[in-house]
Design a protein around this ligand. Structure first.
Ligand code: WQD
Length: 393
């Protein structure tokens, strides 16, 4: 793993105890970064902090390397009264009147992310995800903290191709931007928001636009927006598994509920898609690979090697698997059938959504290493370790 800032600098991770945040915090510590976790524990638990600390200590003991510092600041990233003293604590003497900080970069996960809930409570999502971002980056800028890694999503691609033309259902492969040829002039366009099917996705697109404008207004800012495809799996230790308190809607957590007997069967939403087996295709990326993509982004940003001071990257494998392939893979791992049945398509779904992963490979020197089967095996380890599964996986 590439080193990032020097020993005397820190990385601030908002939402650092969440599913992706906790895996990224662990990988940062393994990469010898000092980490400050800012998390209000609204959708996470402080036991996760202890587990990250344990795993990182274990890693450094085995490698004979010093354990970096890990600190939890249990507050909401929007709480300026709690944020100011923290940023003050890491302030460095300003140089030529320019604020400086020991915080070398921020990775911003803290946001609401439930698609269905965003449809019922849009203002809650715009307040936290969008207004919160504006206040947060304003505070960071005042302290000279201007390297910012933003947790975005493939949802920004919506159901329309960048060109605004309806996608063919059978294959929906996304590049970060596309070059349009208009009257002989080539133009590079970001995805438009017209095809986004829910307020959550729109908050991500709006935040990307805000950050792009911020970077354009001040070259001191370096911003990377990472568009996640479908994060799955967990750390191979099984200690950081995904055990959602809310009713899960994503495929793998639902499969886990069926495996552990909490649900009778999996409903496969749509078996009439234009795909090889009729079920929808997604780009399932192991969460540890995803976490390492953040390390690569922060390294590249800190080394001044980004092509532009606002840059978007897909974090996906570049390969698709169908829902049925996921079920079959998990059945192979647990060596027993998973009850499932065909069901109607889910509103807002597309038949296929797969990343073009070239840019992150070329510009971040990052690529995925783990497979869907690895993710299924790691989920089983989590179930066995946590005792959530009545049957040994
Ligand atoms: C995957 C496939 C479902 C559950 C969502 C969010 C997106 C991002 C990732 C945050 C689809 C099918 C699912 C079930 C099923 N989250 N499925 N039965 O919809 O691709 O993306 O999570 O950034 O914003 O939209 O992921 O896991 O919900 O669904 O058949 O019980 O599994 O129809 O084809 P999705 P998902």
């Amino acid at each position: 793993l590439r080193r990032i800032p020097s020993e005397s600098s820190y990385v601030l991770v908002t939402g650092g105890l969440g599913f992706i945040g906790s895996h990224t915090t662990l990988e940062l510590l393994k990469a010898n970064c000092n980490v400050i976790v800012l998390d209000n524990l609204s959708n996470s638990f402080d036991v996760v902090f202890d587990r990250i600390n344990f795993l990182a200590q274990e890693f450094h003991t085995q490698n004979g390397s010093p354990m970096p510092s890990l600190r939890l600041h249990p507050h909401d990233y929007r709480d300026a009264k709690a944020l100011q003293p923290l940023l003050e604590e890491y302030r460095l003497p300003s140089r030529w009147g320019v604020a400086k900080s020991k915080i070398a970069g921020v990775i911003h996960f803290a946001a609401y992310k439930a698609v269905e809930e965003s449809i019922r409570h849009p203002l809650k999502y715009y307040a936290n995800n969008v207004s919160g971002l504006i206040d947060f980056t304003t505070n960071l800028g005042d302290f000279g903290i201007k390297t910012f890694i933003f947790s975005s999503s493939a949802t920004v691609y919506g159901t329309l191709a960048n060109s605004g033309l309806p996608l063919k259902e059978e294959l929906c492969v996304h590049k970060e931007e596309i070059t349009l040829d208009r009257d002989g002039q080539t133009q590079t366009v970001q995805p438009g928001c017209t095809g986004i099917t829910n307020p959550y996705g729109r908050t991500k697109w709006i935040c990307e636009s805000i950050l792009a404008d911020l970077a354009a207004s001040d070259p001191e800012w370096t911003v990377v927006a990472l568009r996640y495809f479908n994060p799955v799996g967990c750390d191979s230790s099984g200690l950081l598994g995904e055990d959602p308190r809310q009713t899960p809607t994503n495929l793998l957590p639902v499969v886990v509920k069926v495996m552990t007997g909490q649900y009778a069967e999996l409903q496969m939403f749509g078996t009439d898609w234009e795909t090889s087996d009729g079920t929808a295709i997604r780009d399932f990326i192991h969460v540890t690979d995803l976490a390492r993509g953040h390390i690569a982004a922060l390294s590249t940003a800190n080394e001044g090697k980004l092509r532009e001071n606002f840059r978007t990257f897909n974090l996906g494998t570049g390969s698709g698997h169908s829902v049925l392939e996921v079920v079959n893979t998990m059945e192979t791992v647990i060596d027993r059938p998973i009850p499932r049945k065909a069901a109607a398509r889910r509103a807002g779904d597309v038949g296929s959504c797969v990343a073009v992963a070239k840019r992150s490979r070329d510009e971040l020197q990052w690529t995925t290493e783990k497979s869907l089967k690895d993710a299924c095996q790691d989920i089983c380890t989590f179930l066995n370790v946590s005792g959530l599964s009545s049957k040994q996986c």
